[in-house]
Design a protein around this ligand. Structure first.
Ligand SMILES: NC(=O)c1ccc[n+]([C@@H]2O[C@H](COP(=O)([O-])OP(=O)(O)OC[C@H]3O[C@@H](n4cnc5c(N)ncnc54)[C@H](O)[C@@H]3O)[C@@H](O)[C@H]2O)c1
Length: 338
């Protein structure tokens, strides 16, 4: 079959290699180039696909006529620069989350995306996680009735993160934004844009890091739904995003690292609320699903699920929570980006 979409991946860490797996799994996609400033990583990356070329400077990738799409998997601080340059060079862009670390950067990326006729998608990978997709489908079918409370968490021990990760120590890269954006985006996807947030935080685990490592944020969502996001980047447990959705007829408890989703519903015959377990495949970095959807959008000229505005909304909500944890006040969340 003729390949329709030629990809390049910029940033060849474990996540970059996961994107290569996604591209290899899509029979409409072809990996033609990889890029990394680290020689070993770029050579190892290029070796993953026969014929893929290796570059050290992303600008050389953008100059390649045979590259249709770039996947940006570099430190968050570089997302704006490379995304804006790639769109200006006529490339479609799949940019890793969080879209950026500041609203100023997000606005520049929204502008660049509006100026371009290419697709721009933020890789909010939880929207491709089986447990979360199943929960959203049940909620949309009305299986748990009217939502009244939603919660999600991002629990990930960053003390174990190694490699070239010094960029995570940037004071702008608060854990609530860097990793917590997954949980914020999940709740936005399920319950809409929160408009107010009150947050508390502390720092008892990663004491040498510049930002607090534990935050809880209480949010108000449309339709009188309330919710909570808990983020810990120093906790002593395995990575997970335990999430719960409470409705008038039932409750769903699910996450991205368990083989089952729990659904509690009232049995109309006996009046008791009974738990049911649904098997769920564990796939917390479903780059195969993500690349497949992005290729679909390019091939069919369809809107992407998380465009620049959508990516910026998640950043805005996360930054408002960080602001509240510092100000001690309820902060409103502005999505106008003007
Ligand atoms: N979706 C997810 O669940 C998920 C998981 C992990 C990381 N991420 C995101 O992916 C991105 C990368 O994170 P990571 O953990 O892989 O980081 P990392 O530091 O492990 O890897 C980044 C790679 O980018 C390379 N790089 C740095 N500057 C470069 C440049 N100018 N040009 C080309 N290559 C450059 C580095 O050499 C390194 O190989 C971040 O935005 C991060 O937030 C997302």
């Amino acid at each position: 079959m003729t390949k329709e979409v030629n990809y390049a991946v910029i940033g060849m860490s474990g996540m970059g290699r996961a994107h290569v797996e996604g591209i290899k799994s899509d029979n409409r996609a072809n990996l033609v180039a990889v890029c990394d400033i680290d020689e070993t990583r770029r050579d190892q990356g290029a070796a993953l696909v026969k014929g893929a070329r290796a570059y050290s400077d992303y600008r050389d990738v953008l100059a390649c006529d045979d590259v249709d799409v770039v996947v940006i998997v570099v430190p968050d601080q570089l997302h704006r620069e490379i995304s804006v340059a790639a769109l200006a060079a006529g490339k479609h862009v799949l940019c890793e989350k969080p879209m950026a670390l500041t609203l100023e950067d997000c606005k520049a990326m929204i502008e660049a995306s509006r100026r371009s006729d290419r697709k721009f998608m933020v890789g909010q990978i939880c929207r491709f996680t089986p447990g979360f997709i199943a929960a959203k489908e049940l909620i949309e079918k009305g299986e748990i009735g009217e939502l009244f409370y939603v919660e999600s968490e991002y629990a990930h021990d960053y003390s174990k993160i190694f490699g070239s990760n010094q960029w995570r120590l940037d004071p702008l890269r608060h854990g609530f934004l860097g990793g917590g954006c997954h949980a914020v985006d999940l709740l936005r996807w399920i319950a809409g844009n929160p408009y107010e947030v009150a947050a508390f935080s502390n720092k008892k685990m990663l004491t040498s890091w510049p930002t607090d490592d534990c935050t809880i944020a209480i949010m108000k969502f449309p339709n009188d739904v309330i919710g909570k996001v808990f983020v810990s980047t120093g906790c002593k447990r395995n990575y997970t995003m335990r999430s719960a959705f409470y409705g008038s007829k039932g409750t769903i408890i699910t996450d991205n690292t368990s083989p089952n989703m729990q659904v509690f519903k009232t049995d109309s015959s006996c009046g008791f609320t009974v738990p049911m377990l649904y098997p769920i495949s564990i796939n917390n970095h479903n780059t195969i699903g993500e690349i497949s959807v992005f290729t679909d959008c390019i091939v069919n000229d369809a809107p992407v699920p998380t465009d620049a505005y959508e990516g910026a909304c998640t950043v805005a909500a996360a930054l408002a929570a960080v602001r509240s944890s510092k100000s001690g006040k309820i902060e409103s969340i502005d999505y106008s980006f003007t």
